[in-house]
Design a protein around this ligand. Structure first.
Ligand code: PLP
Length: 402
């Protein structure tokens, strides 16, 4: 029988043992920092299994993993089509751990512009202190990407879709460039999730997620993950055990619970993204809309070919200035104002006032972050309500506050 289970079935059942401790249906939270041994012989047996790289069902110490975490890892490996997955305390713990593992002194790495600002600062301000050089190339320029490779290049790392312009990379093309130059390729797939895109299937070596966003999905925890081959992930697991960016048992449980509904949440995020993006294009108060599901988006063709949906984030530019844009946001009743995305509640932000606030206005402009830019991360509310809310706010955009 070669029937392949659907995404939602896998999201619910994969990685789970059917009969669990105490006959609990859910995977228990094992709230302990350490694990004990019956006697000295049991210690020796456990240590020998570790030396021989044999699987073991028992725990040893919390920083080396916990049983709920192991279940999340098996589920995620299945969902993203990888041999192995690793879970971290945050998306940034995944980023820093993988970079500190695969790069060494005088390595060179390539990232793309329009990238998560903390990833960029870690590379340019932290790794640079260890002689690791970062080249930033324009996302979507494959010639510039290939030309940036030199004999010291170890890694090509990009997001897809990117933040905030939702640029989508051609996975096959990036994987091919990496393979031809023997350079590792890694995609931060946070905005896509394995429901919309499975980079490993297109030949990418490693997938990274901020699980804080869609995977956990409820705006209530921080977590991160990496998925790929055992060959790449075993050394990263070793590094995680030393660097310490590990998830605790409670967070692992919430991560696991979030993953089970990913297959029903993502179609709603995708539908909301498409409906809101299309609605915004009909309004004269909106200068431009970026959404990969719109034919006007520069990467619509590649996104439509490689992705199952385009996600719940819509980026747009409001007619007017910083203040007009703020008034429009304040006029919305549905979304919370804040950073982050991917949870059940809609969240809106003006990047100029949030992620890019500390930059000089000129620096922001050079990065393409206009004062009037808005990032709207749609939750799983109903599209008609989200649109009705936008409609009333846009109808009153010209009025100065009273
Ligand atoms: C949020 C985010 C991160 C960082 O993840 P944390 O869980 O906040 O540490 C990395 N990449 C992208 C694309 C993100 O959106």
């Amino acid at each position: 029988m070669t029937h392949r289970q659907g995404f939602s079935t896998q999201a619910v059942h994969s990685g789970e043992i059917k009969i669990k401790p105490y006959y609990s249906l859910t995977t228990p939270i094992v709230q302990t920092s350490t694990y004990v041994f019956e006697n000295t012989a049991a210690v020796i047996e456990h240590m020998q299994r570790k030396v021989d790289l044999l699987p073991s069902l028992r725990g040893e110490y919390g920083r080396y993993g916990n049983p709920t975490q192991a279940t999340v890892e098996q589920k995620l490996a299945q969902l993203d089509g990888g041999e192995m997955a690793l879970v971290f305390s945050s998306g940034m713990a995944a980023v820093t751990t993988v970079l500190l593992t695969v790069l060494s002194e005088s390595s060179h790495l390539i990232i793309t512009d329009d990238c998560y600002h903390r990833t960029r600062t870690f590379c340019t301000q932290f790794l640079s202190r260890f002689g690791i050089e970062t080249r930033i190339v324009p996302v979507g320029n494959y010639q510039a990407l290939e030309e940036a490779i030199n004999s010291r290049t170890r890694l090509i790392f990009s997001e897809s879709p990117t933040n905030p312009y939702l640029r989508c990379l051609d996975m096959e093309r990036v994987a091919e460039i990496g393979r031809r130059h023997s350079v590792l390729t890694m995609i931060d797939s946070t905005f896509a999730t394995p429901y919309n895109l499975r980079p490993l299937e297109w030949g990418i070596d490693l997938v990274l997620h901020s699980g804080t966003k869609y995977l956990a999905g409820h705006n209530d925890i921080l977590c991160g993950a990496l998925v790929g081959s055992t060959e790449w992930l075993e050394p990263i697991k070793e590094a995680e055990s030393s660097l310490g960016g590990v998830p605790d048992p409670q967070n692992s449980y919430l991560f696991l619970r979030g993953l089970k509904t990913l297959g029903v949440r993502m179609p709603k995020h995708n539908a909301n993204g498409q409906a809101v993006a299309e609605y915004l294009t009909t309004r004269s108060e909106i200068v431009q809309v970026w959404y990969p599901g719109l034919p006007s988006h520069p990467d619509h063709e590649v996104a439509a070919r490689q992705m199952r949906g385009f996600g719940g984030v819509v980026t747009f530019e409001v007619q007017g200035d910083l203040e007009t844009t703020g008034r429009f946001i304040d006029g919305l009743q549905m979304p919370y104002i804040g950073p982050s995305l991917g949870g059940v509640e809609s969240i809106i932000e003006q990047p100029a006032l949030m992620s890019h606030f500390t930059l000089e206005s000129e620096e922001r402009k050079a990065m393409g972050i206009k004062d009037t830019l808005v990032r709207y991360a749609l939750g799983i509310e109903d599209a008609e309500d989200l649109i009705a809310d936008l409609e009333q706010a846009l109808d009153h955009i010209g009025e100065t506050g009273g």
